[in-house]
Design a protein around this ligand. Structure first.
Ligand code: AMP
Ligand code: MG
Length: 328
């Protein structure tokens, strides 16, 4: 996968920006993050301002190694220790009781904190050089499609970021799996790069995916991860007919064509042939949505993949992208 080497001087510069209270866009294996010093409430507040994100939506604290987890949380239950050992560095976020180092600004006022060790050499170098924790939500405006390349970040946030580290395209392509380990049984708050099946294999028991718990997770907002174009989800066998009808009615229709329909001729404005593997689909999903926006589509017709493995996270993002928009 295309990963770009970053000069040590750029890592040092980015660490300086963080120390000075600035914002750094950084590559991770999931998506690009908009990072700030987790212990600097003013810097954290700027993240919310730049993203247009409501302050009640908590951020993930990124750390350099699992051994640092105890510095950021009150206690580490055995299940959390096990998951951290097995999946870090990696696309797994653990929600634990907040330690004193974490300001309430970073947790949206919650007494819990989300922590993860990203699996990307540039992110890890930055975290080591900086020495502290970095709060980093996805580097996009609230509700929009997450960036998976440095170009996406620049197009989305421009000069509002103080420094952009270009680490190539993000390998996983969808956000981390968020697991709440504060309760009796770990449960998934948001499906992501680590699959439910992987979690169950390690924990040796079923892991619940509560659809709408009371927990404040931006991914549960009706519309999130959304391109400018409206997104409509239909059964795979109806994708072509739905797209052609809307196109005939005068819309500029973009199609995410499922692998089962590979090669089908579709009379639409733009057609993306989806890759057969879920890894490749997740890796390119947000890029596809951006591409269809750029091509001037006002409607995207898609279907959900089978919700197994990474299909669970892809389906979750597509559903949110298709969710009711609060504004035009
Ligand atoms: P983002 O980086 O924008 O994709 O969002 C970070 C994710 O972590 C969001 O879905 C947050 O709601 C979630 N998160 C962060 N802290 C907590 C927490 N204490 N409890 C539950 N979810 C959290
Ligand atoms: Mg986000």
């Amino acid at each position: 996968m295309a990963r770009v080497t970053v000069a040590t001087s750029d890592i040092e510069k980015a660490a300086q920006v963080l120390r000075a209270g600035g914002l750094v866009a950084l590559p991770t294996e999931t998506v690009y993050g908009l990072g700030a010093n987790a212990e600097d409430p003013a810097a954290v507040a700027r993240i919310f301002q730049v993203k247009g994100r409501p302050p009640s939506h908590p951020l993930i604290v990124h750390i350099a190694a699992a051994e640092q987890l105890d510095d950021w949380v009150e206690e580490v239950p055995a299940s959390a220790r096990l998951l951290a050992e097995r999946f870090w560095p990696g696309p797994l976020t653990l929600v634990l009781r907040r330690g004193h180092r974490v300001p309430l600004e970073a947790t949206g006022g919650l007494q819990t904190v989300a922590v993860r060790v990203p699996d990307h050499p540039v992110a890890l170098s930055l975290l080591s050089a900086f020495g502290g924790g970095v709060t980093a939500p996805s580097a996009n405006r609230f509700g929009a499609v997450s960036p998976t390349t440095a170009e996406h970040v620049r197009a989305e946030l421009g000069d509002t970021v103080d420094f952009v580290l270009d680490g190539g395209s993000c390998q996983v392509g969808v956000e981390s799996t968020i697991v709440d380990v504060t309760g009796e049984m770990p449960s998934i708050l948001r499906p992501g790069g680590v699959t439910r099946e992987d979690l169950q294999a390690v924990l040796e028991h079923p892991v619940a995916v509560p659809s709408t718990s009371g927990v404040r997770v931006p991914g549960q907002h009706p519309s999130h991860y959304a391109p400018r174009a409206r997104v409509v989800l239909v059964e795979p066998e109806k994708v072509v007919a739905e797209a052609e009808l809307a196109q005939e009615l005068g819309q500029q229709v973009g199609v995410l064509l499922p692998p089962s329909l590979a090669g089908a001729a579709v009379k639409a404005h733009a057609v993306v042939a989806l890759p057969g593997s879920l890894d490749a689909y997740a890796h390119r999903l947000y890029g596809f949505l951006r591409e269809l926006d750029q091509q001037g589509c006002d409607l995207i017709v898609a279907s959900l993949p089978v919700e197994e493995g990474l299909g669970l996270a892809i389906a979750n993002r597509l559903r949110r992208a298709a969710g009711p928009r609060t504004s035009a």
